[in-house]
Design a protein around this ligand. Structure first.
Ligand SMILES: [Zn+2]
Ligand SMILES: [Zn+2]
Length: 101
């Protein structure tokens, strides 16, 4: 599914909370200024595409998730409780980070 950014009309995957082009936040319904990123949200560029990764939410997991959809990926984080998920809107690369806060 594709939605359009109301600010710059860029095409954005339905799952993303923020426009990769102008930093319009769908959750806050305004453009987030550079340097004003939400607390705990990193500014990370995709190494391949050199565009910012989009913060796509925080994954919390509980008993049983490790054997779920994403399978062995979570085995790497066995001692962690939650992760920030970032996605490159261009190449689809997904990165997990432990939360800053
Ligand atoms: Zn936009
Ligand atoms: Zn990329």
């Amino acid at each position: 599914m594709i939605k359009h950014c109301p600010n710059c009309q860029a095409e954005i995957e339905e799952a993303f909370e923020m426009c990769w082009n102008c930093c319009y936040s769908f959750t806050e319904e305004r453009v987030i200024e550079t340097g004003e990123a939400r607390p705990g949200v990193r500014n990370i560029n995709c190494l391949r595409c050199n565009i910012p990764l989009v913060f796509s939410g925080n994954f919390k997991f509980h008993e049983g998730v490790r054997t779920g959809v994403l399978g062995n990926l979570f085995e790497l984080f066995v001692n962690r409780e939650s992760f920030d998920l970032y996605i490159c809107p261009k190449c689809g690369k997904v990165e997990f980070f432990t939360p800053l806060i």
